[in-house]
Write a protein that binds this ligand. Structure first.
Ligand code: ATP
Ligand code: MG
Length: 555
């Protein structure tokens, strides 16, 4: 990212201009999730964008829950969202804020609008309101209640607040323009009656503000300077501006829209994830095959890899989707120099070295990461009986197969050269044991006296430990696409999870703590599972394999 200073994104350009023109002395941004579900990779973009801008301009980043719709909100989600934002590395200013903390301000703002003749209580039913609203091609019709006096509106709104009306019986509407070409401006509802208990304010209120009215007030109350949201709110911006202007804020925030982040072939919709959880296809919102932040974390993605990913995707106004392999690229890049490179055999077959002393244990000194000497070295036990990958032996090798086959010599990584002298099969033809002889002169594996083409990894059969390893494919059947054309359900890939119970790993890996990450040579990057790893019995999730067809786009 050598030339990142060169071009600024369009939001930075707007901020630069606001500062240059004296509209903004300190940049204040926020992340305003609704606490009604877990955060996903798309939210990570919004979090890191808002936090990144505040940091870049020496400003302030607020964490605010947009909890104005009590039907869907839960405290459980407040906690998980906080945890995810912290983990991503975004540090918010002061305490976490809640839109419900401003219900009084919103109420007062509504009263102010009524007094200015800019809001009225309307008795039309929801169906009538829809009918009166008009269409994209036809103007709306004015409500018969539109011209109520200020006094009458004040009294009725007070009655709404005091619980004199049933849900849906009356609403408060902004008085703007029923003929506006923008439907959002056709006297939008700004308050509704709803006798629902709120997760924070309890039964204090039985009227709740609508999003388009509440959000600008939340922003303005906190002194947000740049209210960054996604493109679908572009048509709502005139209403946003109307609210902050009519309520009379001195330095109103500016709404700026950017394109949502979409990843191809993943499931982000709350409804769909809920179904996958209910159908027990995944083991929760944080199942490592999902792309919620919690799931990515459990899979083994790091905050740095997600930060880099978001950076690479960039900030634009034009909608586009990104391929999942780009995310994989970012985690490989991040772990390349950070993760120790260990030996683990996922599909073991026994290899016996006939001329190696029975019962002897030799410790091989091995670099933890050949490309990063700072990670030091470790000792790996070598014995007469080893496990190697089943695919590293063939009875009748095709051309260009350089691994073990009868008569061939290979290098055991970090150890000796061995030559295959024999093998055993069971009645089904499955290889059960491979016999080799070793050359004591070749210790360390770097012997240059003879050329061998193949290098294979191994784990001591007697000193190594058994471990569970989980391999993943996309939860979605990519051939069929994410959604079933007939019923809109998810096309689930039946092979998305493979659990290997019979793997052998270096004894060192038994010390892995939850979330520790490693490269298993030739097999990929792995992470000790956050939930299922027990002390002395780690469970490893494959984050990503080592190879990819993904190429970084040229700059
Ligand atoms: P979803 O329905 O996918 O969970 P949402 O928009 O309902 O998303 P909110 O809690 O309302 O979720 O969103 C919080 C913030 O995250 C908003 O500012 C929203 O614009 C932003 N956001 C949501 N999805 C994306 C995305 N895919 N890319 C970037 N920002 C997003
Ligand atoms: Mg939402």
């Amino acid at each position: 990212m050598e030339n990142e200073a060169v071009s600024k994104n369009f939001i930075e350009q707007i901020i630069d201009q606001d500062i240059a023109e004296g509209h903004c002395s300190k940049v204040v941004t926020r992340f305003p999730p609704e606490p009604n579900g877990y955060l996903h990779i798309g939210h990570a973009k919004s979090i890191l964008l808002n936090y990144g801008l505040a940091k870049e301009y020496g400003g302030q980043f607020n964490m605010r829950f947009d909890d104005t719709n009590p039907t869907k909100e839960k405290e459980e989600f407040v906690d998980s969202i906080k945890k995810d934002v912290e983990w991503l590395g975004a540090k918010w200013h002061g305490d976490v804020l809640f839109a419900s903390g401003y219900f009084q301000n919103m109420y007062e703002a509504a009263v102010k609008l009524i007094k200015k003749g800019k809001a009225y209580v309307c008795d039309l039913t929801p169906e009538q309101i829809r009918e009166y609203r008009g269409t994209l091609t036809e103007p709306g019709k004015e409500s018969p209640y539109r011209n109520r006096s200020v006094e009458e509106n004040l009294a009725l709104f007070e009655d709404m607040k005091n619980g004199k009306f049933k849900d849906g019986e009356k609403v408060l509407r902004a008085k703007i323009d029923m003929a506006s070409p923008n439907i959002n401006m056709r006297d939008p509802i700004i308050y509704r009656v709803a006798h629902i208990t709120h997760h924070r304010t309890g039964d204090q209120w039985c009227i709740y503000p609508m999003y388009d009215f509440a959000h600008p007030i939340e922003d303005a109350t906190e002194g947000i300077t740049h209210s960054i949201c996604t493109l679908e709110f572009e048509d709502h911006r005139p209403l946003y501006d109307w609210v902050v202007r009519e309520v009379g804020y001195e330095n109103p925030p500016k709404q700026i829209e950017f394109a949502k982040l979409y990843l191809n072939n993943v499931v982000t919709g709350k409804r769909y994830i809920k179904k996958l959880v209910e159908d027990k296809i995944v083991d929760g919102w944080d199942d490592p095959r999902l792309v919620s932040i919690a799931a990515l974390r459990r899979r083994g993605f790091t905050p740095e890899s997600i930060q880099n990913f978001v950076e690479l995707v960039g900030v634009t106004k034009s909608q586009g989707a990104v391929e999942y392999p780009m995310l994989e690229y970012c985690i490989r890049e991040d772990l390349k120099l950070k993760a120790n490179r260990m030996m683990a055999v996922l599909d073991p077959v026994k290899l016996v070295i006939d001329n190696y002393p029975e019962g002897q244990v030799e410790y091989m000194e091995v670099a933890n990461n050949q490309e990063n000497p700072e990670l030091g070295t470790r000792k790996v036990p070598f014995t007469k009986e080893l496990y190697i990958e089943r695919e590293d032996f063939m009875e009748e090798p095709p051309k260009k197969y350089f691994r073990l086959f009868p008569g061939n010599e290979v290098r055991l990584m970090n150890a000796y050269f061995v030559t295959c002298v024999d093998f055993k099969k069971d009645e089904t033809g499955k290889i059960t044991e491979i016999h080799c002889t070793y050359d004591p002169e070749t210790r360390g594996g770097n012997f240059t006296g003879r050329k061998v083409k193949g290098t294979i990894h191994w784990v001591s059969a007697t000193e190594g430990k058994k471990a569970t390893v989980r391999l993943y494919e996309n939860i979605v059947d990519e051939e069929k696409g994410v959604y079933n054309e007939e019923d809109g359900s998810i096309n689930v890939n039946p092979n998305s999870l493979q659990v290997l119970e019979n793997c052998y790993v270096e004894p060192e890996l038994m010390k892995a703590a939850a979330e520790d990450k490693f490269q298993f040579v030739r097999n990929g990057y792995f992470c000790a599972d956050l939930k299922d790893s027990k002390e002395g019995a780690p469970v490893f999730n494959r984050i990503v394999s080592l190879k990819s067809s993904f190429k970084m786009p040229a700059k």
